[in-house]
Design a protein around this ligand. Sequence first.
Ligand code: HEC
Length: 173
Amino acid sequence: MKSFQKGLGLGTLGTLLLIGTVALIVVLTGAYNVAADDGHTPITEWALDTSMTNSVESRASNLNAPEFTQAMVEAGAGDYKAMCAHCHGGVGEGRAQWSSGMLPHPPALANAAKSWSDEEVFWLVKHGVKASGMPAFGGTHEDRALWNITAFVKNMPQMSEEQYATLGSAGGH
Ligand code: HEC
């Protein structure tokens, strides 16, 4: 029994060493294709999406969103149009053509905002998402401005094209 356990231990160690060596070879030889137009394998896509969702959920869970007012939605509109719309589109307005070349594609927030809580949207805007192209705006904007943008984003799914067009003015920071 003892020697069986020992064999099992060595076998596991050997497998781990092999995995480590293969991973190191892939890193050092550049075998992994980093091209944004190459797509991800389904398993990589699942791993990236799931860890992104769970990471944001757990980190945003200790935040407390303020009650959103119409004034906040209006205050966030100009910033959204100046800093987000080229990647995420608006209501009745697609994103800039070049942003379709990004991987992951920036989702259309007029729809995707529904899948995230107020706190999660705020967290995403403040901290960004590593190696995805989603910038962190926390270094350049105060929380108050970020909550205004969040209020605007969370209201987008209910907005008509006219409301979207009239709110705020593209200008920006
Ligand atoms: C240069 C392009 C770019 C800009 C500018 C940008 N984003 Fe993003 N954003 C992305 C990308 C790419 C993702 C997808 C990240 C991922 O799936 O890992 C993303 C994801 C998000 C998400 C999560 C949505 C989802 O379902 O995955 C939110 C919310 C978001 N951005 C809000 C904003 C807001 C608000 C702004 C402006 C303050 C902004 N973004 C500016 C590229 C951008």
